[in-house]
Design a protein around this ligand. Sequence first.
Ligand SMILES: NC(=O)c1ccc[n+]([C@@H]2O[C@H](COP(=O)([O-])OP(=O)(O)OC[C@H]3O[C@@H](n4cnc5c(N)ncnc54)[C@H](O)[C@@H]3O)[C@@H](O)[C@H]2O)c1
Length: 246
Amino acid sequence: MTGALEGRVALVVGAASGIGQAVAAAYTAEGAVVVAADRDGDRLERAAAAAGAASSVRVDVTDEASVTAAVQHVLDRHGRVDVLVNSAGVLDEGPLAQMPLAQWQRTLDVDLTGVFLACRAVLPSMLAAGSGRIISIASQLGLKGGVGLAHYSAAKAGVIGMTKALAREVAPAGVLVNAIAPGPVETPMVAGISEEWKAAKRAELPLGRFGVPAEVAPTAVLLASDPGGNLYVGQVLGPNSGDVMP
Ligand SMILES: NC(=O)c1ccc[n+]([C@@H]2O[C@H](COP(=O)([O-])OP(=O)(O)OC[C@H]3O[C@@H](n4cnc5c(N)ncnc54)[C@H](O)[C@@H]3O)[C@@H](O)[C@H]2O)c1
């Protein structure tokens, strides 16, 4: 570790598990002051301690007031938010022809509107500071689509589109906005999927295997770092085992 994020204040949303937890750990290892945020309080406490986070805060990204309060927690304690990582997400499956509106809406609420709310909440302080980094975990399914995953693919494509639009909007003011679109990564999110599906998926991947969270987190370090991340604006980086080659 090189201290690439020394002294940076980072809010990592979705830090109780998987990729968000690995990003929180990688950021603290690089010298950042991390505030770990998640909806799941028990797992959050454990994950925040394991990651060496400065503090943790409960947040439901679908709840506007909860997101505002989480960002205020960071501002009250640390005076600024240098980096926002959006890693909260949910995934379930279902063919679109039978998909209840509530299932569609729930996925859009967490995976897309949650990212919007968090971005909107941190932007005033980042714009006032004239600097900041926003990194959202999208998915390669937002680029290629997935069977039974129309809701999830739509939400992730939305994150990618929003990332590009927001990047154009705020880069002139010094705030750099980018996305990471991982391929399949071994986390609790994919733990419930059948071994048969996973074996077929692995066979499709040029690398022949899923990633692990620690292999995604360094991309989030790069995007937050100076000078490494300085020229990335509205980009979608793909640690994806070769699943998509844009
Ligand atoms: N695992 C994969 O294969 C994969 C691939 C591509 C993209 N992603 C994306 O990466 C991100 C992290 O996923 P993961 O695999 O680490 O999953 P995970 O289930 O391990 O972690 C997701 C976290 O989000 C939190 N969360 C869910 N709803 C929330 C809400 N309303 N408010 C606050 N927190 C909430 C959960 O409590 C959990 O801690 C997600 O956005 C996911 O869509 C995952």
